[in-house]
Design a protein around this ligand. Structure first.
Ligand SMILES: C[S@@+](CC[C@H](N)C(=O)[O-])C[C@H]1O[C@@H](n2cnc3c(N)ncnc32)[C@H](O)[C@@H]1O
Length: 281
C-alpha cells in the first residue's frame, strides 16, 4: 500500500489533527486491507463499521496538508468490503462525510447513522445484513474516540453479539493520566463506563504498588474486559503506542481484538508494514 497522499481542499469541513494521526490511519488501512483480502475467501459478506467516523478528511495541524481519514481511506482500498456503516455525532462532519462518499464512492454500499454511537448501536446493528448459514457476515469495527468518555464498553458488548473484530483507540495517555485521582472517587466515571465495570479500583491500588502507570493499567484492564466477551487480549506489547511529535508524549494506543489468532497475526503484520512505510518516507 502506498503512503497516504495529500489532496485538494474541497471546501467542506476537514478537522485538524496532529501529524501523528497519519500513523493511526496507516494502521487502520493496513489492517482493513489484510482483513478484507484474507476473509473474502471465507465469508460471504464483509462489513466495515466506523463508529466515530469524522468528516472523511482531516487537515494536519500547522500545515495545508489534507488527507483522507479513516472512512475514505478504507473505502479507497483495493480490497473492498461489501457494506460500510458510518456513525458520527456532529451534524457538520456527518453531512461532509456523506457528500464526500457520494461524490467519490457513489457505488459503495454505504449506510449512515447520525448520533451518539453509544445510543444508536441498535441502529448500527440493524444496518448489518442478516447472518444465515449460506450467507455468513463478518465485520471489522474501528472505534476512534477522542476521549474515554466517548466510548462505553456496553456499546462494544452489544456489537459483539455479531461476528466482529475491533480496532480500538484507547485514549490511555491523554485524560487518563490527568484525571485518574478524580475518576477513582466518582461512581460511573468515564473509566467505569469505558471498562464496563467498577471493579478496576482495587486492581489500580495493587498496580500503584508496582508503579504501573495508569496509561498501561487501563490498556490491560480493557483487554480483560474484551476477554470477558471471548476476545483474545493481545497484551500491551501489541497495543501500538502513538506519540505526539513535538514532545514525544504518549497520547493513545491502538489495540486489536479478534476472537481468532489470525486477527492477532494480521495486526502484527500491519504493525510491521506501518513501521516499514515510516522508514521509507
Ligand atoms: C478522533 S475523531 C475520529 C475521526 C475519524 N475516525 C478519523 O479518522 O478522522 C472522533 C470523532 O467522533 C465523533 N464523536 C465523538 N463522540 C461520539 C459519539 N459518542 N458517537 C459518535 N461520534 C462521536 C467526533 O465528532 C469526531 O468526529
Amino acid at each position: 500500500m502506498e503512503e497516504i497522499s495529500a489532496i485538494e481542499d474541497d471546501g467542506l469541513i476537514s478537522p485538524e489533527i496532529g501529524s501523528w494521526g497519519e500513523e493511526k490511519y496507516r494502521h487502520v488501512a493496513l489492517y482493513s486491507s489484510l482483513f478484507a483480502k484474507s476473509m473474502r475467501r471465507k465469508w460471504e459478506c464483509l462489513v466495515y463499521i466506523d463508529l466515530f467516523s469524522g468528516a472523511g478528511r482531516a487537515r494536519i495541524r500547522g500545515t495545508n496538508r489534507i488527507v483522507n481519514s479513516s472512512p475514505l481511506l478504507v473505502l479507497g482500498l483495493p480490497d473492498k468490503f461489501d457494506r460500510y456503516i458510518f456513525c458520527e455525532k456532529e451534524r457538520k462532519k456527518y453531512e461532509a462525510l456523506k457528500k464526500r462518499i457520494k461524490r467519490e464512492f457513489p457505488d459503495a454500499d454505504s449506510h449512515y447513522v447520525e448520533g451518539d454511537a453509544n445510543q444508536r448501536f441498535d441502529e448500527i446493528l440493524a444496518k448489518m445484513p442478516d447472518f444465515r448459514k449460506s450467507f455468513r457476515v463478518l465485520a471489522f469495527c474501528f472505534a476512534d474516540p477522542y476521549a474515554l468518555s466517548n466510548l462505553k464498553f456496553e456499546t462494544i458488548r452489544q456489537l459483539s453479539a455479531r461476528y466482529m473484530d475491533f480496532l480500538v483507540l484507547i485514549p490511555s495517555g491523554m485524560e487518563a493520566n490527568r484525571f485518574v485521582t478524580k475518576y477513582t472517587k466518582v461512581l460511573n466515571s468515564p473509566v467505569d463506563l469505558f471498562l464496563g465495570s467498577s471493579e478496576w479500583r482495587a486492581a489500580w491500588r495493587e498496580a500503584q504498588k508496582n508503579k504501573t502507570p495508569f496509561e498501561q493499567f487501563i490498556v490491560k484492564e480493557f483487554g480483560k474486559s474484551m476477554e470477558s466477551l471471548g476476545y483474545i487480549d493481545s497484551g500491551l506489547d501489541l497495543a501500538v503506542p502513538i506519540r505526539s511529535d513535538d514532545r514525544n508524549l504518549l497520547l493513545y494506543r491502538l489495540a486489536l481484538y479478534s476472537r481468532h489468532e489470525l486477527g492477532k497475526e494480521f495486526w502484527k503484520q500491519a504493525k510491521k508494514y506501518s513501521k516499514a512505510q515510516t522508514e521509507l518516507f
